[in-house]
Design a protein around this ligand. Structure first.
Ligand code: ZN
Length: 230
């Protein structure tokens, strides 16, 4: 039954609206990771971008249903493969190359709950030999974040995500509600949609704010048209 369900998910391409929402959702969870690292002064042993991706997957695994998790990973896979096709490798970039960043996300997706992501992660390209190591990597990432998340319950800290206006924020309204119900922050973090001059999203330390660029929303709408069957 579960296998049939997962195969059904593998064979389905997300709807255009889901693809846009899923990618914005992963972006929000990732930027929230930067906010937690900053406000909690989390000490890192590696690149912050990889840590923020780990946070995003651990939090998504806690908050999302199996179906929503599968849809999100499916959508970020489609986007990453679309972007990787035209990417130029820059060894000095803060980010891993898109293809490798995606592989790490699929590895954690599988490793966090193999029963949820097993066949699906394999269908998205996870080599069978990495299924075991990914479980160990995911357990270590979860163990690193859990004590931090345990101190960030809504009862323990009063900061919340404070959404502004814009299409991205309308699409993310339910996610922001869900996060605020389950996670607090030491201080409020506004979430805004702004033109920033590039297709990206940021957590700005100087005013402790998450900005989702309007360029990202437009790029997602465009890539949805090119990547998905209409
Ligand atoms: Zn980042």
């Amino acid at each position: 039954m579960l296998r049939a369900f997962l195969l059904l998910l593998v064979c389905s391409v997300p709807a255009r609206a889901d693809y846009i929402h899923d990618n914005l959702r992963f972006t929000l969870f990732h930027e929230l990771g930067h906010a937690v690292i900053d406000q909690r002064e989390v000490k890192l042993f590696g690149p912050e971008e990889a840590a923020a991706d780990g946070f995003a997957l651990v939090l998504a695994d806690r908050l999302l249903s199996a179906q929503d998790m599968a849809s999100m990973v499916e959508s970020i896979t489609i986007l990453a493969r679309f972007e990787a096709a035209t990417e130029t490798f820059d060894p000095w970039s803060a980010y891993m190359p898109t293809g490798q960043r995606l592989a790490y996300a699929i590895c954690l997706y599988h490793g966090l709950q193999p029963w949820r992501g097993g066949d699906h992660a394999r269908a998205l390209g996870l080599p069978p030999a990495l299924a075991g190591p990914c479980k160990e990597i995911a357990a270590e990432i979860r163990d690193a974040w859990e004590p931090i998340l345990a101190g960030l319950t809504p009862d323990a800290v009063s900061g919340r995500l404070r959404p502004g206006r814009g299409k991205a924020l309308r699409l993310l309204a339910g996610d922001i509600r869900l996060i605020n119900q389950n996670l607090g922050l030491p201080r409020d973090v506004p979430v805004t949609q702004d033109w920033c001059g590039e297709d990206n999203a940021f957590y700005y330390q100087y005013d402790e704010r998450i900005a989702i660029c309007s360029e990202m929303v437009e790029a997602l709408i465009e890539s949805a048209g090119r990547s998905l069957r209409q």
